[in-house]
Design a protein around this ligand. Structure first.
Ligand code: XIL
Length: 399
């Protein structure tokens, strides 16, 4: 209810001048010739601003439970996020039922020196998953990055033996505990004019100028754990060129009986990624290969739609929003997240969806491809759920 207040002219002046009215009036010698009684003024104070809607807070388990019939909800994490003192640990336990090591199960961490294995952190991550009724995806057995140089030394036969022995050690250690491994990561070229679909890399060279290492890796993983789901994983499958090459390689592997169980789509997207192209990545695999399962392995939605040069020599990157992220960009992001989850849930081959992090504070995109404020995830820097999470979970909410 609005209150009407009665003010004298002097009160009104005081209000307008922020408390100095009495002094001013005193200096002016008493108000000129107006000697009569000042009539009271009736002032209606401005309306009270509406109370902002209560911040959205998912109920315990709401995110993972919402998709329990469709897929696991995963997050990429580092070991410190599993510790009770860390602000992400409770979010993880409450809202996620799958984890992936963001980098702590890559070869340079597990075996920095040939034949010397350090299981401390990987063991702790696997234990955290088991203690909290989560599954854990293994990431990644073979990649052209985060791999010590010794892996690439010697003849192709020596490289093969070393790779097989590394994969056998790692997959055997977590047999029946890690439910899926990214066996090969990013082996497809980004070059749309290339004569074959394979990335030219340290692995390509060490194999003797071919992609035989892919077969070696899958066969060793299958021999070590017959029940583990074995994945090929890559990024930019939302782009038609890369997607076509991905399909070509997977078709070849399947035709030759290489033990591939699943296809991973990293889905490092940005706010202007067309929804249809992201879902077309899933459909392209379903169309060709009934029976292969699919995981969205590294989902995030960058605020910035950068040109290729930004990822190459870090030029032409979109300007940093800093603390002034436009509301329209956050809305765009929420809408894309909402529509993606709806699309994934409608596709039965998708059995796992992993976000590449928990909160915007910890995302790799704050430092890649350049150092810049990014906000690509579902919880903000203060660990408040973002409108994107609300849009995913609440059909009545319009971001
Ligand atoms: C990134 C991590 O997020 C970083 O912390 C790390 O320094 C480098 O690797 N594709 C992948 C992931 O398959 O392993 C990468 O993770 C992101 C791109």
């Amino acid at each position: 209810m609005a209150h009407k207040l009665t003010f004298t002219a002097r009160d009104r002046l005081k209000l307008l001048l922020g408390g100095s009215a009495f002094a001013l009036v005193g200096c002016g010698g008493g108000g000129g010739g107006n000697s009569g009684v000042t009539p009271p003024l009736v002032v209606t104070p401005p309306p009270t601003p509406p109370t902002p809607p209560a911040a959205f807070e998912p109920t315990v388990g709401q995110f993972k439970n919402a998709f329990a019939a469709n897929f696991e909800i995963g997050a990429a994490i580092q070991e410190d996020q599993t510790l009770d003192a860390d602000q992400d640990s409770q979010i993880l336990k409450d809202q996620f039922n799958s984890i992936t090591a963001e980098f702590q199960m890559k070869p340079e961490i597990i075996a920095p020196t040939e034949g010397v294995f350090d299981w401390t952190v990987p063991d702790a991550l696997v234990q955290f998953a088991e203690d909290n009724n989560m599954v854990i995806r293994g990431h990644a057995l073979l990649w052209h990055q985060a791999t010590p140089d010794y892996f690439f030394a010697g003849t192709p036969a020596e490289v093969r033996t070393r790779l097989e022995s590394y994969i056998t050690e790692v997959v055997t250690r977590y047999k029946d505990r890690v439910f899926a491994w990214d066996v090969v990561n990013e082996v497809i070229t980004d070059d749309n004019s290339a004569s074959d679909p394979y990335r030219r890399s340290n692995w390509w060279d060490a194999s003797g100028g071919n992609a035989d290492y892919i077969d070696w890796a899958f066969n060793a993983a299958r021999a070590a754990d017959p029940n583990c789901q074995l994945f090929i994983n890559d990024y930019n499958t939302e782009l038609p060129g890369k997607r076509g090459r991905y399909v070509t390689v997977i078709k070849d592997l399947v035709d030759r009986g290489v033990p591939v169980d699943g296809v991973g789509h990293q889905m490092h997207l940005h706010v202007e990624t067309p929804l249809a192209e992201a879902l077309a990545a899933i459909d392209a695999i379903d169309d060709e290969f009934m029976g292969l399962i699919q995981h969205v392995t590294e989902l995030d939605i960058s605020l910035y739609n950068d040109p290729g040069s930004c990822f190459g020599d870090q030029t032409g990157c979109r300007a940093d929003y800093g603390d002034n992220i436009p509301a329209s960009v956050i809305t765009q992001q929420a809408e894309l997240y909402r529509d993606l989850f709806e699309g994934f849930a409608a596709r039965s081959s998708v059995t796992s969806v992993t976000l590449w992090g928990v909160s915007d504070a910890q995302s790799w995109l704050n430092n890649f491809p350049i150092t810049r404020t990014n906000a690509p995830l579902l919880w903000d820097r203060d660990r408040n759920a973002k409108s994107a999470l609300q849009a995913i979970l609440d059909p009545d909410f319009t971001p």
